[in-house]
Design a protein around this ligand. Sequence first.
Ligand code: SF4
Ligand code: FES
Length: 321
Amino acid sequence: MRVIQQASNLGVLQLGLTGGEPLLRKDIELLVAAAAKAELYTTLITAATLLTPERATQLRDAGLDHVQISIQDSRAAESDYIAGTPSFKQKLEAARLVKALGFPLTLNFVLHRQNLDRIDEILDLCEVLKADRVELANTQYYGWAYHNRTVLLPTRQQLERADAAVALARKRNICPMGILYVLPDYYEDYPKPCMSGWGNRALVIAPNGDVLPCQAASSIPELEFANVRNHSLDWIWFESSTFNRFRGTEWMPEPCQSCDRRQLDFGGCRCQALLLTNNAAATDPVCHLSPHHHLITTVTKQANQENLDSPLPLVYRSMQM
Ligand code: SF4
Ligand code: FES
């Protein structure tokens, strides 16, 4: 609660309560109330399986502004398969509950090779559930998605069909606040401006109090994270070595250093650069100007040759790996 007030003093406007699963925390209502007091706009980003009517009402009374629910597919069996647990029915019930309590509702679908062909059904479901806003985010290949890249990376043809379906849904205006559609960056010529730039707009506070410039930053071994138990958020944001490591453009290597897009995409994603090149300071290999761009094109070429009908099994997240 102290940190939430510090964030507000620092100029933060929005608090996303995310995870993992934020509803596992028994004190989430207290945090929402503290954020409301600090005049932050709060979003609960949840898988929704723990969102009971009692809990949702308590959160509304504490001042929660907005709920985002993730659903994995338009059909129960397929959604449960990706989620790794039976949850589709509960997610639909939770979405209806959120609307009944008067919250604005965002539905988030992570898209990939196994569900992209059902994009029309997914958009229909958003309409049926009366989503105010829809996020269709193609998988980005870090963490467990990276382990499952061959199974999840779509073909160019799938993406083109999905593009057309989204354009049609936008034309039909199926939700008042619009559809955010994020392409898989493997099919882009330029990288995404990850986090809108390192230490530029957002920060992530982990459950242990460590403050990270992005959700995956702990994958970068050279970084040391300052903790809110020992430092003010203000100090961490402005002074800590981690937030300054990739801030701005001075750290950039060529070709980014002399590129006129460096203030637009900030050289791409540091975590992806590390994952693919073993160097967090490298140009993101998604960029067609990167000397490592072949690491991307080799994979997309293979994805467009493989048979869609015989997918490999998924590797699920586990504590053993
Ligand atoms: Fe962006 Fe660097 Fe590629 Fe230029 S070279 S487009 S700054 S990633
Ligand atoms: Fe860490 Fe992109 S996810 S910088």
